[in-house]
Design a protein around this ligand. Sequence first.
Ligand SMILES: Cc1cc2nc3c(=O)[nH]c(=O)nc-3n(C[C@H](O)[C@H](O)[C@H](O)COP(=O)(O)OP(=O)(O)OC[C@H]3O[C@@H](n4cnc5c(N)ncnc54)[C@H](O)[C@@H]3O)c2cc1C
Length: 363
Amino acid sequence: MKDDSCSTCPTKSSCAGGCQRSEAELAEMYDLEADMSEGHMIWVELDYTEGNPTLKDVSKQLLGKARSFDDQRVIGILFGPESARNAAREAFSYGADTIYHVRHNSFTDFHLESFTAGLTAVVERVKPNTLILAASDEGRELGPRTAARMGVGITADCTDLEMDKGVLRMTRPTFGGKLMATILSNTRPQMATVRPGAFPLPEVEEGRRGTVINWPMNPAPSIEPLESVAAEEGACLTDAELIISVGGGIGNLRNLEMAKEIADKLGAEMACSRNVVEKGWMEQDRQVGQTGNVVKPKVYLALGISGAVQHQTGMSGSQRIIAINNDPDAAIHQIANVSIIGDVGEFLQRLLKRLDEEKAAEI
Ligand SMILES: Cc1cc2nc3c(=O)[nH]c(=O)nc-3n(C[C@H](O)[C@H](O)[C@H](O)COP(=O)(O)OP(=O)(O)OC[C@H]3O[C@@H](n4cnc5c(N)ncnc54)[C@H](O)[C@@H]3O)c2cc1C
């Protein structure tokens, strides 16, 4: 805040103390309301399933995105025991400059109360410009709680983020997915939760280094978890390269079985529109769209899907979209790279026959 043209201060090296200017004059010289917050903070989620903690893909995606914003510091905050220190190295290779390691032996599990207290304390100390969390089950709880604790706003479930001269432009579907809204925050840190899969995985920069700041913490939760029961393994659509997705036009369970058989043969993941979930034909964790998964496969084969905007929100980032729909005016054809106007059942029968013939020819 040094001003060389100012001769009021005896030392001319600092504006602290001895200044005879009035408050109004100072306010005119310096923007006292200016936002001094700096750096982009990412809550780094860890995966303990393989023993040694590693970064979840969504955290890598968020670190990479924050790195691409501008030249401000990328600060990661992770919770875990001593062994989580290794994950800090991984975070550096995905773009973090500094890692706050909030440490306690019990932090291999998610503790909502302790994580909220730890995150709030670190954010109040560091004062980052932005604070971004994954819209994971945990992030969806931790983000809003932390925002409420600090009295700041949060934009939940974003599908895109952009940084414009320090202002975070947070985009998310609104009005039942009919519109995409870009939201700006007038509080700091600017907070957002972002859907897994919204951004690509960044390139790994092996050997990239940074600073680890230890933040020991003694949790005093009012709730003590007695037992953790692992959920049944669900769909893993966000990393899939080939997705066969079925919509209302699949028509019957026989066609659905054919689609699954083809997916098995091609090593593809099965997905669906909400229509199919509502019929009870597939589980919700297979749904693609605004209230489902965001996917970016190399190929997205859409079978009997109309292409409603809520569905497109989850799959329009696919590299190649192949649509089979008997209505030439269906919205899916507008975004497809390859459109087949025809009957899904007939298409599936032909494809299955072709795959079987190819297999027979190999033998
Ligand atoms: C708040 C909100 C959130 C939502 N979130 C989601 C979401 O996350 N994901 C999602 O998918 N939807 C979502 N929806 C629902 C969405 O608006 C659509 O209703 C839904 O995507 C329609 O699914 P569909 O295209 O499979 O079915 P339909 O609308 O029934 O379309 C079926 C399509 O198949 C074609 N077809 C029919 N028979 C055949 C045949 N024999 N051969 C070839 N083609 C055929 C038809 O021409 C039609 O285009 C949401 C809606 C709201 C309001």
